[in-house]
Design a protein around this ligand. Sequence first.
Ligand SMILES: [Zn+2]
Ligand SMILES: [Zn+2]
Length: 453
Amino acid sequence: MVRTGTTAGHIGETRDVETIQISGGRVIDPSQGIDRISDVVLGRGRVLAIGEGYEEADVVVDARGMIVCPGLIDVHVHLREPGNEEDETIATGARAALAGGCTSVACMPNTRPSIDSQGAAEFVVLQAQRARQANVYPVGAVSKGREGHELAELGALVAGGAVAFTDDGAPVASASLMRRALQYAKMFDRCIMQHCQVMELTLGGVMNEGFESMKLGLGGMPGAAEDIMVARDIRLAEITGGRLHIQHISTERAVELVAEGKRRGVDVTAEACPHHFTLTDERLRTFDSNYKMNPPLRTRADVDAVIGGLRDGTIDLLATDHAPHSREKKMRELDQAPFGIVGLETLIPIIALALIEPGHLTWPEVIRKLTVEPARLLGLPKGTLRPGADADVTIIDPDSPWTVDPAAFHSKSRNTPYGGWPVRARAHTAIVAGEIRYTLGGKAHESGATPAP
Ligand SMILES: [Zn+2]
Ligand SMILES: [Zn+2]
């Protein structure tokens, strides 16, 4: 393996003049229809070129046997700062993002206080700049204090850096507030991301309502609670011409509704999270709170419908809904434990296991849902390796068996249902703005690909 240069190991030093050649990988860039073995050359924080024949790079990263793609973008994470720094901070969450292969994340506003003002959005941006890990984009609250009554000052939030709006953690329950939010956000060409749930139907719920919840005697959250809100909001998007994004879609009917909305020309997109296409409500038989999430794990038919929606394009994006909670909180009784699981550091392996290995999606299709589509949703000039684009690059090792070990997570929290799962793919290297900020197992330039046998 060829290596030149001596500076790449010093993470954090200024690299403005450095050029990096990522050599011999399978370059997949859906924005340009590229899928071929090639080199990617970066310099001065930008993509310089895709192609062979660059010999003067300061640093050469051997990517033989690896996938090289635009930096992955996760549009749905919870970073818990300010207010719950014991669960996660912007710095630790942004580090976990890199370790999971995401060079950009959009964080939800359900912090304490919530991200409902220009200052709050600016705080997130500033903390992320200080951390110098993944790019972090704040998603502003739809309503003041996320209380669902009064519209937040969306224009001020945009000025503070907000890339979208949501009251996630809870839905915008009021139809009239949702209607106005869609109208206003349209003026800034931003989308409203909705946690679709009719709260009156899920009060006291712990898991999906159905055969399993009845058998276990646990409070149920009916799929209809999601379906009804999805139907309502698609109609509101239709009459306002606003942009609606359905978060963490989990039911068969909701997938059908989005497909139907798209056929009618409504500006609606949807995301799916790995847990909703890998796990069913039968897992709750263990009473393990790492199977407690909101929306809850559903039935096999729902899982199959989500996979179907990912296959046929009804579901545009993949996202984690990374929801860190300390061990202490998740150890409570099932009905007391908070909803949610961490997801960043298992994103690639679980997608590979559940979507790629069974043949549901190809790597280019998966990468499209984690690059081009999220960049489009948030209006970011990212998700591409076109010359001149930001030098955000993810290198994926697609085929080296390993076992998910929550103790090794960079996230502050460990609440995952995937601990101990045997998997094959993982993030290997993450480059942000032309800086090698993460490499699996240590120093930036000393752990390139294992040479092909
Ligand atoms: Zn949610
Ligand atoms: Zn969420």
